[in-house]
Write a protein that binds this ligand. Sequence first.
Ligand code: ZN
Length: 285
Amino acid sequence: MKFRKTIYSLMGVGVILIIICGVIVWNISHFGDTKVAFLDIGQGDSILISRGSYQILIDGGPDGTILMEQLGAQMPFWDRNIEIVIATHPDSDHIDGLVSVFKNYSVNQFWYTDAGKDTSVYRALSHYAKNESGVEKIIAYSGLRADIVSGVHLDVIYPFKNTMGDIEDMNDSSIATLLTVGEETFYFGGDLTSIIEDALPLNDEITILKASHHGSKFSTSDVFLEKTAPRDVIISAGKDNRYGHPHKRVLQSVKNIGAQIFRTDQQGTIVYRCHQEKCNVVLKK
Ligand SMILES: [Zn+2]
């Protein structure tokens, strides 16, 4: 009887060890993957790009508590550093959550636009990102690049230098970036309107396109979609938001070009895992 008990105990320990080893092997084999997570932060934008322990966070959504939960779920618990934080433009649905990032993580670089709105949150962000706190502040213009690893980089494609003085709509000050992962290219355009988007020097290189301004009818025009020909379109919007994002015209336009739509308001956080230069969407069911 005692002998049988010992055998069962040993078998139990063996099963647990196999599971632990499996988890470790899976983590090691995926450590070299690039991950792009469109975080479910409600009505706003927040996108986390990760490669091992290197992270770039584009915007922080409207709420620091929600953002901390989301980052906790996507980042290793021992990693308290984010290499680059980007505030695409100073609207609260993009920057309010970022204050918590500066309080809870160390940040190497802060990329921002110089078309700053004089709000208390923007002043708080500037305070946390002061040079003496170890954060390098960089005004982002077309031509700025973050090299993540060979073949994986993030390029600023807008604003162009010396154009900020003419901006009337704060949305059109948004920093737009392209993330290249091998053969795949992600487009993140903040809240840019079609006036700017349609004039961006882009061709059909984009594979995954975040619809600007949460799928508003003033962005993501037919011209832009036909020119960029994305495979997937991501919409970052809050459930039942009061703005009616995304607009039905945008949804129809995306359908017309045959692209797949993924929505944070319906599917929660949308994660792309890029393994050996190909990116596939992973949805939690
Ligand atoms: Zn917005």
